[in-house]
Write a protein of this length. Sequence first.
Length: 219
Amino acid sequence: MDRTMIEQIVTQVLTVMSNPGEVGAAIKGIPVGISNRHIHLSADHVEILFGRGHTLTLKKGLKQVGEFAAAETVTLVGPKGVIQGVRVLGPARKITQVEISSTDGFNLGISPPLRDSGQIIESASLIVVGTSGAITLKEGAICAARHIHMSNDDAQRFGVSDRDRVMAEADGPRGCIFKNVLVRVHPSFRLEFHLDTDEANAVGLKNGDQVWLPQCEEV
């Protein structure tokens, strides 16, 4: 082994020792982000619920670029129950969409269908109450289907494309394989596997845990 190769190996080892967190992140899988119940509001519904001219107030930024948890919350009212303190996520969207779990739907007395985000036609209805008014949604309440956000570089690394359906594997005492996971690819997306609280609780997953794509080899 010549001197140049030895120096390169020593440099690599020193880099690993000085940046253990970065190396660990590189070899791990896809981080988990658990979606608790929340609502996306259109701009006109923001004004109805919180007052004319009102805009959403930033409370905390979320992992995906430009998205945030707002300071505002609403109350969901169904035929059989009420859920208070449901977080509004910003920014405002074109269409109002409520994302809840099957358990939430049972408590409210509605049957939200399992849908990809944005597919709200003939979904469940409910009443949304804010501090200044209320709206009745004829449709808009869904259980959001599990999905993975990826940048273009991530998609290339995993060998997948936008709108692909993949399997995601979780380890642990209740380890399992999630099927029919939608891949969503956009240059601004940050790598994250989204699932709801029912799914996460069933297999003991927490925010920041890792899942893997068993059918995909990173390149």
